[in-house]
Write a protein that binds this ligand. Structure first.
Ligand SMILES: [Ca+2]
Length: 452
């Protein structure tokens, strides 16, 4: 079989057989004179990956059983993702609460660059001169759908169908939504369930409805490239679960039992999405991302494992999250990547995977994760990562070192030695404090005035 007449899938299968599923580029160089670049293959054969982006909401680092977890946690579908893909152990969200992380995710840029610092009053949207990943994928000919919590704009021009998505089922904001009351009557507009641009009445349990809609979208678009964005509001407050699921748990804490039941239902949704990819024959060439939009919430009885603190914090418990990437055609199964990565990286990684370029008219902070996921990067993906809530909490991570301020004097931690941030080394290492402070100040000077 020559390179000219083999399908991309055949080629990738051969690569997987020859090289244990490792990089296409390596395989291409070593496979008997095949010299097509990844990009050339895409152009010639035209088989671009589908993209599935699943976001959980306020899920703790210890609330997925493929990470260190308490015994009551059991997430077989998220574990399946990890077993079939790459599990990140230093994956971060770009915000410690919902809306800022989503604004960064959809634009590939630190959300502070366009003034999006907090959840605020949840009316503010991503500015209209920002380009969303859906805008770009739509331009590339992808079918685009979002099913879940939008939370980056309530006004008409800021809603999903005006920001690059063909289809929408879900709610616009704020952060929380009742899981059972899906009727318009008696609720405020921001809580209405929308299908596309039209509010509707619905019944059911919201997590299951979002799963249903995402699965239907995949089934309808399996013959063309698609982008399925599934931002569950699970497992965000309020604590509401299906009674039959709550019975599966007996932790001695009724609230924790409900929360675990919410995790279970969301995990089942992840499983149904994975099954839909398999059933429609597109699993091999579908790039799946899964991560939590911020750390677990104390109010929700979440568990962040060894990480300090919770949502609303720049300690690790607020920003260090479960994060998994799966792409059977390209990435090794069951691998672990310790490279510090951030949710902003998803944007350029998608563009790299589909063979599209980043717009050249603005700064992008996210990086293509694929070399790190393949274990091929020879230097850190990021020299430095930043967090800032626009007020008094900020952090900077460079390699093993993290400097932060949580409403007070700076603290310095060596994350490789002390992931739980128990030993503040700022007094004993003033040179490192000064170095990181300088990096942070330089970044901070580039940021826009707050719009939220
Ligand atoms: Ca959240």
């Amino acid at each position: 079989m020559s390179a000219r007449n083999c399908t991309r899938r055949d080629f990738l299968r051969r690569c997987a057989g020859a090289a244990g599923g490792f990089a296409l580029s390596k395989c291409a160089l070593g496979a008997g004179g095949l010299v097509l670049s990844n990009q050339a293959l895409k152009v010639r054969i035209g088989s671009r990956p589908n993209i599935v982006l699943i976001v959980s909401d306020d899920q703790g680092y210890g609330d997925a059983s493929c990470y260190d977890h308490p015994k009551e946690v059991n997430t077989p579908s998220i574990d399946r993702l990890a077993a079939e893909g790459v599990r990140l152990t230093n994956g971060y969200a770009s915000g410690y609460i919902c809306a800022p992380t989503r604004a960064g995710l959809l634009t590939g840029r630190y959300q502070q660059r366009f003034g999006f610092y907090t959840g605020g009053h949840s009316r503010v949207g991503v500015p209209l001169n920002e380009i969303t990943i859906a805008d770009l994928l739509k331009k590339e000919g992808y079918a685009t759908g979002v099913f879940g919590k939008w939370h980056v704009g309530l006004d008409y021009d800021y809603r999903p169908l005006q920001r690059g998505f063909d289809e929408f089922y879900g709610f616009l904001g704020h952060g929380a939504h009742d899981y059972f009351d899906l009727k318009m009557e008696g609720t405020e507009e921001h809580n209405w369930i929308y299908r596309n641009n039209t509010p509707i009445n619905d019944t059911g349990y919201l997590t299951q409805n979002l799963t249903r809609e995402a699965v239907s979208f995949i089934e309808h678009h399996s013959k063309e490239p698609f982008f399925c964005y599934l931002p569950f509001n699970a497992v965000h407050w309020p604590l509401q679960a299906l009674p039959e699921d709550i019975k599966h748990f007996d932790t001695g804490n009724e609230s924790r039992d409900i929360y675990m039941a919410m995790v279970e239902c969301m995990d089942e949704g992840v499983g149904e999405v994975l099954n839909a990819l398999k059933r429609t024959g597109v699993e091999d060439n579908t790039l799946v991302f899964f991560f939590s939009d911020n750390g677990g919430a104390k109010k929700n009885f979440a568990n962040n494992g060894a990480l300090r603190d919770f949502k609303h914090s720049v300690y690790e418990g607020g920003i260090h999250v479960p994060f998994i990437v799966k792409w059977p055609a390209k990435l090794a199964k069951g691998s672990v990547c310790p490279e510090p990565t951030i949710s902003l990286d998803i944007f350029p990684t998608i563009l790299s995977a589909v063979g599209a370029s980043l717009p050249g008219d603005r700064i992008y902070d996210g990086k293509d994760m694929l070399p790190a996921l393949l274990g091929e990067n020879t230097k850190p993906l990021h020299d430095v990562l930043f967090w800032f809530d626009g007020e008094n909490k900020w952090a900077v991570r460079a390699g093993r070192w993290k400097l932060l301020s949580e409403n007070g004097p700076v603290e310095l931690y060596d994350l490789e030695a002390d992931i739980s941030e128990t030993k503040d080394l700022s007094a004993s290492n003033p040179a490192k404090v000064a170095e990181l402070q300088s990096l942070y100040d330089e970044w901070n000077s580039q940021l826009a005035p707050p719009i939220s």
